[in-house]
Design a protein around this ligand. Sequence first.
Ligand SMILES: Cc1ncc(COP(=O)(O)OP(=O)(O)O)c(N)n1
Ligand code: 3NM
Ligand code: MG
Length: 201
Amino acid sequence: MRLDPFYLIVDSAAWIERLVPLGVRLVQLRIKDMDEAALRAEIRAAKATCARHGCQLVVNDYWRIAIEEGCDFVHLGQEDLAAADVGAIRRAGLKLGLSTHDHAELRTALAAQPDYVALGPVYPTILKKMKWAPQGLDRIAEWKRLVDPLPLVAIGGLTPERLAGVFEHGADGAAVVTDITRNADPDARTREWIAATARWR
Ligand SMILES: Cc1ncc(COP(=O)(O)OP(=O)(O)O)c(N)n1
Ligand SMILES: Cc1nc(C(=O)O)sc1CCOP(=O)(O)O
Ligand SMILES: [Mg+2]
């Protein structure tokens, strides 16, 4: 499977409606702490926008709702994975991306036969508190050897200026939250990301 090299992650359907029409091809809806009815409404709206713009939607965490809402891609962390029914996800035809941060997690992830593996945090992130030190670029090269032929997504503290290092070390995709959503001009920054990833598309 081939992923778009620019992997946008946002926390609302409103962000998706705003940024996907600019040319985003791969977006994750990552919502925390929302009641189920509101969550379903967000997923439905995100799905409709993505369908209109030919963008692949990945739903973070909520694999059951993603199945029920007819989505086709979920992302799970290790704790999410331990509690998930991977067979049900597969039987429903969804693709699966998994987070990894160390070798033990990578073994667990590969055993689940995901469609991509994510490695992070490559650089320090301000989005959430993490127990892992920044992985660094050499770790990307090591991970690529271990996950090949699966696509490898790099995440954590990424900016357009850091993309060459990430892709030259073997990443197939670069995922981003704050560099775009907390930028003074998220639309312009999204266009910058699209242009900066063009040579790996
Ligand atoms: C592409 C991508 N990589 C990693 C993560 C992190 O997933 P997880 O470890 O489950 O943490 P939360 O995002 O759920 O806080 C991700 N969402 N996407
Ligand atoms: C959600 C997430 N997961 C990570 C991991 O390492 O698994 S790093 C991360 C935060 C990514 O946000 P930003 O681009 O703002 O640093
Ligand atoms: Mg999660």
